[in-house]
Design a protein. Structure first.
Length: 67
Protein backbone atom coordinates (compact mmCIF):
# COMPACT_ATOMS: atom_id res chain seq x y z
CA UNK A 1 0.00 0.00 0.00
CA UNK A 2 1.31 3.42 -0.89
CA UNK A 3 2.21 5.82 1.90
CA UNK A 4 -0.44 8.35 0.91
CA UNK A 5 -3.20 5.74 1.05
CA UNK A 6 -1.84 4.39 4.34
CA UNK A 7 -1.92 7.87 5.89
CA UNK A 8 -5.44 8.53 4.66
CA UNK A 9 -6.69 5.21 6.03
CA UNK A 10 -4.82 5.83 9.27
CA UNK A 11 -6.45 9.24 9.67
CA UNK A 12 -9.91 7.71 9.32
CA UNK A 13 -9.00 4.99 11.82
CA UNK A 14 -7.63 7.63 14.21
CA UNK A 15 -10.81 9.72 14.02
CA UNK A 16 -13.02 6.66 14.52
CA UNK A 17 -10.97 5.47 17.49
CA UNK A 18 -10.94 8.90 19.13
CA UNK A 19 -14.70 9.23 18.68
CA UNK A 20 -15.37 5.86 20.29
CA UNK A 21 -12.80 6.41 23.05
CA UNK A 22 -14.14 9.87 23.90
CA UNK A 23 -17.72 8.58 23.98
CA UNK A 24 -16.90 5.65 26.24
CA UNK A 25 -14.62 7.67 28.53
CA UNK A 26 -17.14 10.50 28.84
CA UNK A 27 -20.06 8.14 29.49
CA UNK A 28 -18.16 6.25 32.17
CA UNK A 29 -16.82 9.51 33.60
CA UNK A 30 -20.33 10.97 33.85
CA UNK A 31 -21.54 7.88 35.66
CA UNK A 32 -18.50 7.94 37.92
CA UNK A 33 -19.11 11.62 38.74
CA UNK A 34 -22.56 10.85 40.09
CA UNK A 35 -21.62 7.70 42.01
CA UNK A 36 -18.25 8.36 43.64
CA UNK A 37 -16.39 11.05 45.60
CA UNK A 38 -13.82 13.32 43.95
CA UNK A 39 -10.82 11.35 45.18
CA UNK A 40 -12.02 8.30 43.19
CA UNK A 41 -12.79 10.40 40.11
CA UNK A 42 -9.42 12.17 40.01
CA UNK A 43 -7.28 9.11 39.11
CA UNK A 44 -9.81 8.02 36.50
CA UNK A 45 -9.78 11.35 34.69
CA UNK A 46 -5.98 11.63 34.85
CA UNK A 47 -5.53 8.11 33.47
CA UNK A 48 -8.28 8.48 30.87
CA UNK A 49 -6.74 11.77 29.76
CA UNK A 50 -3.42 10.12 28.90
CA UNK A 51 -4.40 6.53 28.08
CA UNK A 52 -5.92 7.31 24.69
CA UNK A 53 -2.50 7.75 23.10
CA UNK A 54 -1.01 4.36 24.04
CA UNK A 55 -2.98 2.20 21.56
CA UNK A 56 -2.18 4.64 18.75
CA UNK A 57 1.57 4.02 18.68
CA UNK A 58 1.27 0.98 16.37
CA UNK A 59 -1.10 2.91 14.10
CA UNK A 60 1.36 5.80 13.78
CA UNK A 61 4.22 3.38 13.12
CA UNK A 62 2.19 1.69 10.38
CA UNK A 63 1.19 5.02 8.84
CA UNK A 64 4.82 6.21 8.64
CA UNK A 65 6.37 2.95 7.43
CA UNK A 66 8.12 3.27 4.09
CA UNK A 67 6.72 1.39 1.30
Amino acid sequence: MRMRARKALGCFALLAYLGVYAGVAATFGAWLATQTPWWVQLPYFVIAGFAWILPLKPLFAWMNRGG
